[in-house]
Design a binder for this molecule. Structure first.
Ligand code: UDP
Length: 485
């Protein structure tokens, strides 16, 4: 145990979106489990989502706490309590939330100065924190919340612009310089990559700040995407530590898993239902913490799942409550009566569900956390990317680690805009029948997924790659502290 003077003091600053906040809070908890004094900066409504886990960690002797900053609701005209991107209901609210984030810069910088940490670990969406760290003469580690693969693919597109040499949005092009032969179409690229806009400038700032950071803490593990880990470090020239799968490592008990990212839930109908099912017989269908489908897409999905004749748990978040709740409640009743499926409304305890032996695969929107959680559970997947960097992540799953089949989405869209494309029931049925069926190709995918699941578990065990990386990183940060005196 370090004396107080030797102990490393780290501040963690998560972004206000579940897919970034959950893994960065868990990373802070991991640091604290390994002797680091950790403070997590957050706002009142966001603290409610993880405070209990922090309190449990603290009462078991870890030096960890939250520091809660007031949220400038009135200043940005947001209703009280709306402090996270998964709580908003319109693009206008999204702009206000970004504005609120910018107003938090001053109090956060003040806090850095008052607390005098030895290092800060901050989300990519706070590019200015690299300057705050420089002012204090301490390292800033960036947290992206995504795969090495997607960072490498995005960098390759930026450098070579291969999409500019094809005639149409649907022609395929090769991503040059990557370790595998990866093909994409222009329509799968984020629109801000194709045509410069305000978001392009923000991403440029983020990339520039990444280059000037001490390095990156990655929620990935060596055995999963080693060639891209290497590419990121040696070709893109950024120091990085793979310490994942963080969810597996930080959430060791069921209370952690059930509460993760959620205020509280005692609902366990799903558990009784899954306990009554055979091993690998149920498909888990979820599109992350932000997505809400149009009515037409919900209808196609419901029909596709039903027509597949396989059992499923479907997590539904509604955009058009008035239009969709009625028919979906009827659908829910019907599939429950036939014992074929279960709907979970709004938020599911995903980690617990995925590790249940009855789950045999998942449909995922290719959010990085969900992919990694599926990998950890040793599950094959159907990929259905929507926005952000999800089309890159899909390629990793289908073309590199080969544990998934694409449902066939062709067009990237913004998170809060209506998709032009509707995935048809026949395509959904086909993908589900393939993945949950007993064909040779699907069996090979399942084997590969199982092996990766084993590798994930080994990575976080004593002597495993992620374990060693975390120890190495903490040691390096301590020696930097000593050098500063
Ligand atoms: N999640 C969950 N229950 C839900 C929806 C999401 O526990 O009903 C968790 C999921 O386990 C993952 C995170 O929220 O850790 C979502 O992150 P991801 O990167 O998969 O997608 P995003 O929500 O950022 O699109």
């Amino acid at each position: 145990m370090d004396s107080q003077a030797d102990q490393l003091k780290a501040i963690f600053l998560p972004f206000l979106v579940p897919g970034h906040m959950i893994p960065l809070v868990d990373t802070g908890r991991l640091f604290a489990m390994h002797g680091v004094n950790v403070t997590i900066i957050t706002t009142p409504a966001n603290a409610l989502l993880f405070q209990k886990a922090i309190d449990r960690d603290a009462s078991s002797g870890h030096q960890i706490k939250t520091h809660i900053l007031e949220f400038p609701s009135a200043q940005v005209s947001l209703p009280k309590g709306i402090e996270n991107f998964n709580m908003i209901t319109s693009p206008d609210m999204s702009h206000k939330l970004y504005y609120a984030v910018s107003l938090l810069q001053k109090p956060i910088e003040q806090l850095f100065q008052d607390m005098r940490p030895d290092c800060i670990v901050t989300d990519m969406f706070y590019p200015w924190t690299v300057d705050s760290a420089n002012k204090l003469g301490i390292p800033r580690l960036v947290f992206h919340g995504t795969s090495y693969f997607s960072l490498c693919a995005a960098s390759c597109i930026k450098q070579y612009a291969p999409h500019q040499s094809v005639k149409s949005n649907t022609d395929t092009f090769l991503l040059p310089g990557l370790p595998n032969k990866i093909e994409m179409t222009t329509s799968q690229l984020p629109r801000w990559v194709r045509t410069p806009e305000a978001y392009t400038q923000l991403m440029d700032k983020i990339k520039e700040s990444e280059q000037r950071s001490y390095g990156a803490v990655m929620n990935s593990f060596h055995e999963l995407e080693s060639a891209y880990e290497e590419h990121y470090k040696s070709v893109m020239g950024i120091k990085a530590w793979s310490v994942g799968p963080i969810s597996l490592w930080a959430n060791s008990d069921a209370t952690d898993k059930v509460e993760r990212g959620n205020k509280a839930t005692t609902e366990n109908e799903w558990l009784n239902w899954l306990n009554s099912k055979e091993c690998n017989s149920v498909l888990y269908v979820s599109f992350g913490s932000l997505n809400k489908f149009s009515t037409s897409q919900l209808i196609e999905l419901a029909h596709g799942l039903e027509a597949s004749n396989h059992q499923f748990i479907w997590v539904v978040r509604l955009k058009n409550k008035d239009e969709d709740e009625g028919w979906l409640r009827d659908f829910e009743k019907r599939i429950k009566e036939s014992n074929r499926g279960l709907i979970i409304w709004d938020w599911a305890p995903q980690l617990l569900i995925l590790e249940h032996p009855a789950i045999g695969g998942l449909v995922t929107h290719c959010g990085w956390n969900s992919i990694l959680e599926g990998v950890t559970a040793g599950l094959p997947m159907i990929t259905w990317p929507l926005y952000a960097e999800q089309f890159y992540n899909e390629k990793l799953v289908t073309d590199v680690i080969k544990i998934g089949v694409a449902v066939g989405v062709k067009e990237w869209r913004k998170m809060d805009e209506e998709a032009k494309e509707t995935v048809k029931r026949e395509e959904i049925e086909k993908a589900v029948t393939f993945l949950m069926g007993s064909g040779v190709e699907a069996a090979e995918m399942k084997n590969r997924a199982r092996e990766l699941g084993n590798a994930a578990r080994s990575a976080v065990q004593s002597g495993g790659s992620s374990q060693s990386n975390l120890m190495g990183l903490i040691k390096e940060l301590k020696s930097l502290k000593c050098e500063r005196g």
